[in-house]
Design a protein around this ligand. Structure first.
Ligand code: PLP
Length: 400
């Protein structure tokens, strides 16, 4: 190398180059993990903070990949104000509860919510002076009867986990209107494909985007949106202040996932209906729970509410308790025994040892969950393969 070349100034690798401009645009969204954004001067940064020109400042507050997936979920849910992303579904739950409630407020909540939501309401919020009455969400009269002057929120899931009971959503919406409280819907299970919560009177809607919307068990995210702009401002403050920040990478993965959400949902739902009927004919299966079956305890309400969108979840009970469950699982290794839902592949979970292990056996029994109870998140696989796998599992369970 000549002295001349050696002495030439080299680009400093610590000083990153400005990305090249392009008149053509990328077809796939770029992944932008930048934590912080550079502005031209103090006036420009000030204007961005004041909501003037569109721009980002700091990734905990907002980032492009978060905005992209949020707009996609907004469109699915028909969100009246722009939705917000959180680092998990529980991040969204926490932001709604802590962002919208204050000491002295009261919540009426379904008694069959996701376990961690139940725990927050039952054990953590009382430390902040917020109390909750738990009611049977299938009983609109019970929801109305639990309302108090200080009730600020009704919290419900449309289809309960894992019992797949269908809530009286219209009763809950009426109670919220009459009592001047917000109706909050966790729409994770049902999704806007099954129930458009804002169209039906919800004031706040949330998702664990981790589940069906992202759809591949590779991103952990939450989304929440509010009808009222003031509520939205409080959800934004909670997002920015409590630090439940969504990772750009997970948002980027979820954006890819959500593009196929409707196709995946429809296929998984068709599989779920076929599988529910198949399960009902297998040896050793004592009960099948699926809102689309005539023997579902809330069949009439499911019909009125969901109108054929019965969902992708099926629960069933095996005779013979946990030993039968273990035999089933070992004989059906193609089904991932994993406590989540909404993946492209079928996931099977045992609520007594996972989502509902925090309840006493009596508490579980009150919900109809025993050691033989299994919950299936049905995937998009070929239905014949699923039928075979479940038949093998049930035969092994029944052999004893
Ligand atoms: N809501 C429901 C109905 C869920 O099933 C879950 C998780 O399973 C959550 C909220 C929490 O979501 P995440 O696991 O993304 O925090």
């Amino acid at each position: 190398m000549t002295d001349d070349r050696r002495n030439r100034p080299r680009p400093d690798p610590a000083r990153r180059p400005i990305p090249p401009d392009s008149v053509s645009r990328p077809v796939a969204s770029p992944l932008q993990p930048s934590v912080v954004w550079a502005s031209a001067d103090a006036d420009e940064m000030d204007a961005i903070y004041l909501g003037g020109p569109a721009g980002f400042t700091y990734a905990r507050e907002a980032h492009p990949n978060g905005d992209q997936i949020a707009r996609a979920v907004d469109a699915l849910e028909g969100a009246p104000t722009p939705g917000l992303m959180y680092g998990s579904g529980m991040g969204a739950v926490g932001a709604i509860l802590l962002g919208l409630l204050k000491a002295g407020d009261h919540v009426v909540a379904g008694d069959q919510l996701y376990g961690k939501s139940l725990k927050l309401l039952r054990e953590d919020l009382p430390r902040f002076g917020v109390t909750t009455s738990f009611v049977d969400p299938t009983d609109g009269a019970a929801i109305r009867a639990a309302m108090r002057p200080e009730t600020k929120m009704i919290w419900v899931e449309v289809v309960a986990n894992p019992t797949l009971r269908v809530a009286d959503m219209r009763g809950a919406a009426e109670a919220a209107r009459a009592g001047g409280a917000r109706l909050v819907v966790d729409n994770t299970f049902t999704t806007p494909r099954g129930w458009r919560a804002f169209d039906e009177g919800a004031d706040v809607v949330m998702h664990s985007v981790t589940k069906l919307l992202a759809g591949h068990s590779d991103a952990t995210l939450g989304w929440a949106a509010a009808r009222d702009p003031q509520d939205r401002a409080q959800l934004l403050a909670a997002q920015q202040g409590f630090g439940a920040t969504a990772s750009p990478f997970d948002c980027w993965l979820a954006e890819r996932g959500v593009a196929s959400f409707a196709l995946r949902y429809d296929r998984a739902e068709a599989n779920a209906g076929a599988l529910a009927d198949h399960l009902a004919g297998l040896p050793g299966v004592a009960q099948v729970l699926y809102p689309g079956r005539d023997d579902h305890p809330d069949r009439a309400r499911a019909e009125a509410l969901l109108q054929g969108r019965w969902g992708t979840m099926v629960s069933f009970r095996l005779e013979g308790g946990r030993p039968a469950v273990n035999r089933f699982l070992r004989a059906a290794p193609g089904l991932a025994f994993a406590p989540s839902l909404g993946d492209v592949q079928t996931l099977i979970s045992h609520p007594a040892t996972s989502s509902h292990r925090g309840l006493t056996p009596e508490g579980r029994a009150a919900l109809g969950i025993d050691e033989g109870f299994l919950r299936v998140s049905v995937g998009i696989e070929d239905i014949e393969g699923l039928r075979r796998e479940f038949a093998d599992g049930a035969a092994a369970a029944a052999r004893g």
